[in-house]
Write a protein that binds this ligand. Sequence first.
Ligand SMILES: [Zn+2]
Length: 252
Amino acid sequence: MALIKFLGTAGARFVVAKQLRYSAGTVIKSKSATLILDPGPGTLLRLSSARPKIPIESVNGIILTHIHLDHSTDANIILDSITEGGLKKFGVLFTTDEALNSENRVILPFLKPYLEGIFTLTHGGIFEFKDIRFTSFKHNHGAETYGIKLEIDGKIVSFVVDTLFFDELISYYKNSDYLILNVVRLSEKEGVQHLSVPDVEKFIKYANPKKVIMTHFGMTMLKASPEKVAETLSDKYGVEVIAAYDGLTVEF
Ligand SMILES: [Zn+2]
């Protein structure tokens, strides 16, 4: 059995700052590995307060898609925790060159020797860790950002993280069993490099997803009620659309 668990579903500055939703990351658990995707603020806390609890010692590593703080804040403390402060050489980190090496790096250099493996995401790059295999695709989001398409327990699970919509996204994430979209906004807005509900409709129409899960909500989505938006889309297109909530676990 494999699962994904949304420890938090907050997107955008205000929702994160006010903690209107939790801003923790997403757990990806296969038969033999547990990775945390985008460990934003509160991830360590939400791991220990999850029911059932997710012991930090069961975590094998992190996939960090970009440097923005709502995605990266808890990365260092998790890497420090799983390596027991460097006593144990352990764990893997998949992230961007910007997060590792730039002036805006968010991974503290002193942690790097603690880890068993550090892998730099690239466009079309294929990565494997135990029984999890994934491809990373470059997004358009200001910061260097990659979405990921996972193959896990025979299913294709795509995380279309922060990005402005562009047509190639459809081809990257085509035919996903679970298409997870970071839907910050209800409607499009000039200069905002995030997906909105009209973009979700393009994915439903052209990317042939079996199920769609929306997450990473900003204020306009929360005001509109993500559940209502999901229901409207499901009815309109006949595809199951789910609004993630804090703690949602999807088993497959
Ligand atoms: Zn971002």
